[in-house]
Design a binder for this molecule. Structure first.
Ligand SMILES: [Zn+2]
Length: 342
């Protein structure tokens, strides 16, 4: 086992792995946290819900498959294990016409890029790679590395760097779906990243427009002007109002076991990258983003996600602790820092 960093000195929930540094967290006399208590009934109802959502997805796909001009679904594809597995499920179980969309943030691991090419070919999926220019992204990441520019609730679940990237991905993939008239947008969120209640959802133009405005306004003005092309143009919300797709993230309701997933993917030719940190299988910026978040907040940006998976029984507690509290390779933090000239 690798050495644990200073975070482990914090008191952890005895059931999940949340630390006492999470804002507002409380512990009962046996050391179980308020998040665990709050989610007890949801966890108990999960098996039933999962079945309900699998039926729902079958129905939705039955309704849309084969009707759109080009593709049945567009997948936000990072090349990591979760989105690769989701892509596989959509092809193998539903035989959909798919296009995969990758946002290259200039820190995409070369091993992940190899995986992307191999997997999209093996699964017979078209692929689009979108790579914004480096000076602009460098400015975005330098700023978000040093400052939490987004609303506080988002920072419970992701570092500011990750929040920026995810915001761009969501906007760009929706923009592509609108332009190509694609009825489904698929994401590879793990069962800990997003609740099952949001796993199948029709996108709402007014709501998305509003969210996009909030996200855009979080950036300082001088950056905001340079990232205009990464957002959905205002006129799309009216012009394409009847094209707004459903968002789906099937891993919330399909069986999730990290070891089995990796084994399954390796049979397809996917290889576990050796150049990423324990919480990512595609991004070389993640270790640095996590470090900066830890320095500012004293809790790991992935801890809510991993704690939720421990609670749901899809990951062991020890494994969760190792993922979150193991010391990361300082070389990876340095690598990103150097490229961002910080
Ligand atoms: Zn807990």
């Amino acid at each position: 086992m690798s050495s644990l960093n200073s975070n482990i000195d914090l008191k952890l929930c005895t059931r999940c792995i949340l630390p006492e540094s999470i804002p507002g967290i409380k512990f009962d006399e046996s050391g179980v946290c308020s998040y665990c208590h709050r989610e007890e009934s949801a966890v108990a109802k999960a098996p039933e819900k999962r079945e309900e959502y699998r039926d729902k997805l079958d129905q939705l796909i039955g309704q849309v498959k084969g009707k759109a001009p080009l593709y049945d679904a567009i997948m936000a594809y990072s090349g990591g294990k979760d989105s690769t597995y989701t892509l596989k499920v959509l092809r193998a179980r539903y035989d959909m016409r798919l296009v995969a969309f990758t946002f290259d943030n200039h820190f995409l691991s070369p091993a992940a890029m190899e995986n992307i090419k191999k997997i999209t070919d093996r699964l017979n999926v078209d692929h689009v790679l979108f790579r914004p220019s480096w000076p602009v992204l460098k400015e975005v990441f330098s700023r978000t590395a040093q400052e939490d520019i987004f609303p506080v609730p988002t920072l419970l679940r992701a570092s500011a760097i990750c929040t920026a990237c995810i915001g761009f991905v969501k906007g760009l993939v929706l923009k592509a779906a609108l332009e190509m008239d694609i009825p489904l947008v698929a994401f590879g969120w793990s069962p800990g990243q997003a609740p099952i209640q949001s796993a199948i959802m029709k996108t709402n133009p007014a709501l998305i427009r509003q969210n996009q405005q909030v996200f855009k306004k979080s950036f300082p003005q001088e950056i905001g002007k340079k990232i205009e092309s990464l957002f959905i143009p205002d006129r799309y919300f009216d012009e394409y109002a009847d094209r707004f797709p459903h968002n789906v993230h099937p891993l919330a309701f399909f069986d999730y076991d990290e070891r089995l997933i990796v084994k399954d993917l390796e049979e397809l030719g996917w290889q576990h990258p050796k150049d990423t940190d324990t919480n990512s299988t595609n991004c070389l910026l993640n270790a640095f983003a996590n470090r900066m978040h830890l320095n500012r907040h004293r809790f790991h940006p992935y801890v809510l996600e991993i704690a939720s998976m421990v609670r749901q029984g899809v990951m062991g507690r020890e494994e969760g602790i190792e993922k979150i509290y193991a010391e990361q390779d300082p070389k990876m933090v340095e690598y990103a820092k150097k490229r961002l000239e910080l």
